[in-house]
Every structure is written in C-alpha cells, then in structure tokens.
Design a protein around this ligand. Structure first.
Ligand code: UPG
Length: 377
C-alpha cells in the first residue's frame, strides 16, 4: 500500500518541500544520511569558543527574490550582515569584488568612476568578442594584470582546472564596480540568521506530520512505498552511478583557534600561489552582534571529490554535458520521483535559488495532486 511522501535530504530543498506539504496535510518522511539537518548550510556552536560555526564553509544569505526572503524570515530572525571580502595578492591586501578602490590601489591611481571605466576598457582584450571561457571573460573585461592577480591562480586552486577550460558563467557571479561599494553582493536583501541556519531548518521541519530520520540512507527500491519521492541527493547516486560519476569539487577545512581577532574580517581570499589554500574564514565575524573572546578559523582547501567525500561544487564542463544529459533523461522517466536542489539537479545553487525552486516544486506537486494530474518532470 502506498503511503505519504518521502523526502531524501534534509537541506533547504527537503526542508522547504516537507514544510509546504505537511501544511497541506501530507505525512512526510525525511531521510538524511548525516546525523544533522541543514545539508552543507549546517551551523552549530563551537564548544571551545562559543562561536556559531558554518560547519561546511561560509554561507551568506543574499537575494532579490521576495518570496524566498519572506519565507526564510518566517523561521527566525535575520540580522543585518554585509559580506565584504578582502583579497591578498603579491603581498598586498585589496577589497573584492573589483571596485574603484581595488583599481586605484592596484594601479596606484586616483581615478574617478568614469575614468576607471574607461581605463578598464582600455585594458580589456578587444579581440575577444564573445567570451565563453572564464579566462576570456576576464581578459575581455578587466585585462591581464587584474586577471592574473585576483582570478587566475585562485581559480586554479578552487577548480583544479585552467580558467581557459571553465565557463564564463563562474566569473559572472562577481560584479566589477566603478564606485567604492565593496559589498560582495548586489542583492536587495542580505543577512545572517541570528541563531544559525540549522535552527531555521529545524523550524521548517517542526510541523505535525513530518518525521525526520537522521543517519538513515534511503533505498531507491523503497520508492514504491510512497506516493511520491523528492530526492535531493546526488542524481548519479540514485541510479547507482550507472552512467559514471558526475565530477564535483570537495573542500577540506584546516581548523585552528586563537584569541581575539585573527584577521579582522570574515573572509580573506588568498589569490596567488604563496598559499595553497583559497581563503581563510573567521566565523565570529559572521555574527558581529555577538561577543567572543576566542576565535575559530577555517583554512579552505579545494580538491577533486572522491567517492567518500562530501560533494560541494558541481563541475559543469561542456565536455561532460552528455553524461549529465543521460542522467537528466533517465531522471525524467523515473515515475513519482522529483529531483531537486544542488545535488539532485547537479547545479551550483545559492541558498535563495534553492529555496525558491523548492517552493515552486511544492506548488506544482500540490496543484497536480489537486487536479489529479501527473507531477511535471
Ligand atoms: N574567484 C577568484 N578569486 C577570488 C574570488 C573568486 O578567482 O578572489 C573566482 C573563482 O573561480 C570562484 C568564482 O570566482 O569560483 C566565483 O566566486 P564566488 O562566487 O565568490 O565563489 P564561491 O566559492 O562560489 O562562493 C563562495 C561561497 C558563497 C559566498 C562567497 C563569498 O560559496 O556562499 O557567498 O564564497 O564568500
């Protein structure tokens, strides 16, 4: 006999869908292989310092999406937080994203906005008309010196690939500004949950009808026990990797503690090869409204994800497109299973996008159940 809904994965995708479906009267079983909820957004207090830790690396909530912002604010207070990233290259400290201060400091100039825009245009490689790679995008719009100082080596450390092999879309995440605004993001809303991301996710699951099973893998064979399955695990794992493993980058964190303020900022990027890590994160600065004597930091190293590692960044290279398409095709044919989220759809998603997509998925499911039609793939 069929019963209720199964959700695989207790990150934001799973939590949002569970919340919406439970409110609509469904019984929801959530299966999570890890011993905690929140996925890679999981946060917890460090026992030694009392600092709220972003256990799987920094997460800053930023969005233009009204619905996602309104939704997350129902589950906890968001404190104002603006991400300002510092970058070290050739022994000097700059601000990122590239802005007027970065340009003036880097080139030893005192340009005003329009002059800086003109200057950068003069540095750009105009022979590149339609940049498709990360490298061409950088050379076209910021020129070789800024590219080599801030992007080339960092990107090799981050992705293990030359920027000439990576898509321009990765660099397009970062703006170039001709004013002194060093806010890392350009979105209308930005903030940090006052008591961490895990508390938000726990409250999303706190609806009658939801049972969360931690440290419990889900066997795809038991999908027939459920009316519908929402799967937020890796799409290739659902199919036993029958088309091969989709490549990911994983992260290693070297944790260290100190007293006081170690680096004066939440995130400092190391853009050249003087250091093997990409950045150091000082977690106390993500909660500037709290006071802590001691401090805890992560040195972040990126490497290829092996079988037992936690997948972080999907590497969506054009040359792997056919493998992904084969998975997407067999996923479409999987009756009563919807693939959701970063791992289920093999896309690098920010939190707000994940939440918005999960809300839309829940809407579609509820509409199809109401109209007695099939859930669209
Ligand atoms: N990049 C550089 N040099 C830098 C920063 C970025 O080359 O100093 C490249 C790099 O290839 C990177 C890409 O630009 O992959 C996109 O940058 P960004 O969006 O900052 O990188 P992510 O690692 O995807 O973002 C992380 C977190 C995100 C957080 C952001 C800022 O995943 O949640 O908001 O860092 O701290």
């Amino acid at each position: 006999m069929k019963k209720s809904i199964a959700i695989v994965g207790a990150g934001f995708s799973g939590a949002v869908i569970a919340n919406q479906l439970a409110h609509a009267g469904y019984a929801v079983d959530v299966f999570e292989t890890r011993p905690h909820v929140g996925g890679n957004c999981h946060s917890r207090r460090d026992d030694e310092t009392g600092v709220m830790l972003h256990v799987y690396g920094p997460h800053i909530f930023h969005t233009d999406n009204e619905r996602a912002w309104e939704f997350v604010n129902r589950f906890g207070e968001f404190k104002p937080y603006v991400n300002r990233v510092k970058a070290i290259t050739n022994g000097r400290v700059y601000t990122l994203p590239i802005n007027l201060l970065t340009i003036n400091q880097f080139f030893g100039k005192t340009l005003r906005p329009a002059q800086a825009a003109e200057f950068l245009t003069s540095l750009g490689d105009k022979t590149i008309t339609t940049p498709t790679t990360f490298e061409d995008q950088a050379l076209r719009f910021v020129g070789r010196d800024l590219y080599e100082a801030f992007f080339k080596t960092y990107t090799i450390k981050q992705w293990g690939l030359s920027p000439s092999e990576l898509p321009a879309s990765i660099l397009k995440r970062l703006p170039v500004r001709f004013n002194y605004d060093d806010n890392y993001f350009s979105h209308k809303y930005q903030g940090m949950p006052a008591d961490g991301y895990t508390a938000l996710v726990e409250r999303m699951f706190d609806v009658p009808g939801i049972a969360v099973h931690l440290s419990t893998p889900f066997d795809p064979a038991s999908k027939t026990d459920y009316q519908h399955v929402f799967y937020a695990g890796p799409i290739d794992a659902w199919f036993g990797h029958e088309e091969g493993r989709l490549p990911y980058r994983t992260l290693d964190f070297e944790v260290f503690r100190d007293t006081g303020d170690y680096q004066g900022n939440a995130v400092v990027n190391y853009c050249d090869d003087a250091e093997p890590y990409t950045r150091i994160t000082e977690h106390k600065h993500f909660s500037p409204w709290e006071q802590h004597e001691d401090t805890i930091l992560y040195k972040e190293y990126s490497r290829q994800c092996e079988d037992q590692d936690i997948p972080y960044y999907p590497i969506r290279l054009a040359r792997d497109k056919q493998q992904l398409e084969r998975y997407v095709n067999i996923a479409r044919q999987e009756a009563n299973v919807t693939f959701v989220g970063r791992l289920g759809t093999y896309r690098y998603l920010d939190m707000d996008v994940t939440i918005n997509e999960a809300l839309i998925t829940a809407d579609k499911f509820l509409a199809s159940a109401r109209d007695n039609t099939a859930m669209p793939a």
